[in-house]
Design a binder for this molecule. Structure first.
Ligand code: SUG
Length: 446
């Protein structure tokens, strides 16, 4: 497999109808700060869709992944709640707030945490490998693996081209948060790449402060089962985690030859860069470092400077940074970016700002919302076509969002049994828009 004509396709999570702010994620400063705010699910989903459409307008291919069943009534039934779906929800909300909040979480929208992907150019069996993330650190996120696996098996439905691996056993030793802790550098999308697996701790280690969600053991297991030819394991700097970088993609992002990162992102950057240089095939890596003297970790994390998408528009000599508008609103990051792109010969020569404010308030920027899948033309043809976005699908999704989503969800609305019917009706309808099939969502509508 040569990989000629391969492209990186972003698959964004469609933001679900119960988007809300529950303050569920320890170590994620935005989630804690915005707990119990009034959420705007319709705006949230439209902002996500507008971002996908903007990237298409810039010439990129784009895919979309379906929202998860929230509240997760099947899970609540497995915990002994009975009655109609509405009764299950109302009882769980009143009697088990911790469980109910997890069952309603907005978090499945962040597709960067859905799985780790190794393109076929990087693997020794020449297949594209995907491992569903177990997300075992947080109760509300460990629930996502089951549906993510169903989605990926529908999307990547060809054993000849794809290997979809179930999530690693959900245990602290094998704690895995997917592509948010995984970077790839390569001469171009289809060329053999160096895959960088970033971890926060070894399984035996304890860490004071905020949790380190990714273990080295999980990263190594994924690299092994994907048969990655050039894998590197790099420790995230503990001070970055403690400053609120709960995933590597909050302090670093890579694309093609370029690694854009904060000075304090990695525990041993000299060793990382040396290994990337040694393993890079057919390209000279470019390390674009933002010094702490210009932008401290605090500003990098509140603005989400690094949770940007790096893309190359057709024929462009340099990469473009697709950054959240919060970067433009922060004096330090705005000034830094303006200066960086003005530099002659800059590796990152353009910036464009996108508005994903509803997602940002829960700690998810443009890069969190997407799962990158590099596909060759043959792989793209073998994948389920209905998940690729075109204007017709975008139009249907927009109509679906406007029809089914509430404008506002306040904390007092969340226990409403009517919310269950509303979301099930919406997801039922979605089965006619995306190629999900009748048995995709497990709810029975009782
Ligand atoms: O896991 N927030 C998510 C944000 C994930 C962002 N993803 C990447 N960095 N790739 C998390 O912390 C908050 C949900 C709430 O509090 O309601 C939440 O789960």
């Amino acid at each position: 497999m040569t990989g000629a004509g391969a492209e990186e396709i972003n698959f964004d999570g469609l933001i679900g109808p119960t988007h809300n702010y529950a303050g569920l994620s320890e170590g994620n400063l935005a989630s804690a700060r915005n707990a119990n705010m009034v959420a705007r699910p319709r705006d949230a989903a439209l902002q996500g869709l507008a971002k996908m459409q903007r990237l298409r307008a810039l010439g990129l291919s784009q895919g979309v992944l379906p929202p998860h069943e929230r509240p997760n009534i099947s899970w609540l039934r497995s915990l002994g709640f009975t009655g109609s779906d509405g009764e299950v929800w109302a009882t769980a909300w009143k009697s088990e707030p911790t469980i109910a909040r997890a069952a309603l979480a907005a978090s499945a929208m962040w597709a960067a945490n859905a799985a780790t992907i190794s393109p076929s150019a990087d693997t020794s069996d020449g297949r594209l490998h995907a491992t569903v993330a177990n997300l075992q650190t947080m109760l509300h996120r460990v629930l996502e693996g089951e549906q993510t696996e169903r989605t990926l098996r529908r999307l990547l439905n060809s054993d000849q081209h794809f290997a979809v691996h179930s999530a690693l056993l959900a245990h602290d030793t094998l704690s895995d948060e997917g592509a948010a802790n995984h970077m790839r550098m390569a001469a171009n999308a289809g060329a053999p790449g160096v895959e960088i697996f970033v971890y926060g701790r070894g399984a035996g280690e304890t860490k004071a402060g905020f949790p380190a969600r990714q273990t080295l053991e999980a990263a190594a297991a994924i690299a092994r089962s994907h048969a990655v030819k050039a894998a590197i394991f790099a420790r995230q700097a503990p001070q970055a985690i403690d400053a609120g970088a709960f995933h590597n993609d909050v302090v670093a992002v890579a694309h093609e030859q370029v690694l854009f990162h904060h000075e304090d992102a990695f525990a041993d950057k000299a060793a990382l860069f040396a290994e990337v240089r040694a393993k890079a095939q057919g390209f000279e890596p470019v390390f674009v470092e933002v010094p702490r003297a210009r932008v401290g970790l605090d500003d990098a994390i509140t603005s989400y400077l690094f949770n940007s998408q790096l893309i190359r528009t057709t024929g462009a000599a340099s990469l473009s940074l697709i950054a959240p508008t919060e970067v433009r609103e922060n004096n330090k990051t705005a000034a830094y970016v303006a200066e960086m792109i003005a530099h002659s010969g800059a590796a990152i020569g353009q910036v464009e700002y996108v508005e994903v404010r509803e997602s940002m308030r829960n700690g998810g920027g443009p890069a969190c919302l997407r799962l990158r899948i590099v596909m060759t033309p043959e792989e793209r043809a073998a994948a389920a076509q209905g998940f690729f976005l075109d204007d017709a699908l975008a139009g249907k999704l927009e109509g679906w969002i406007r029809k089914h989503y509430r404008e506002e969800l306040a904390p007092g609305d969340l226990g409403d049994p009517a919310l269950v019917m509303e979301t099930q009706t919406a997801l039922d309808d979605l089965r006619r828009i995306l190629p999900l099939g009748g048995d995709f969502y497990p709810f029975q509508r009782t």
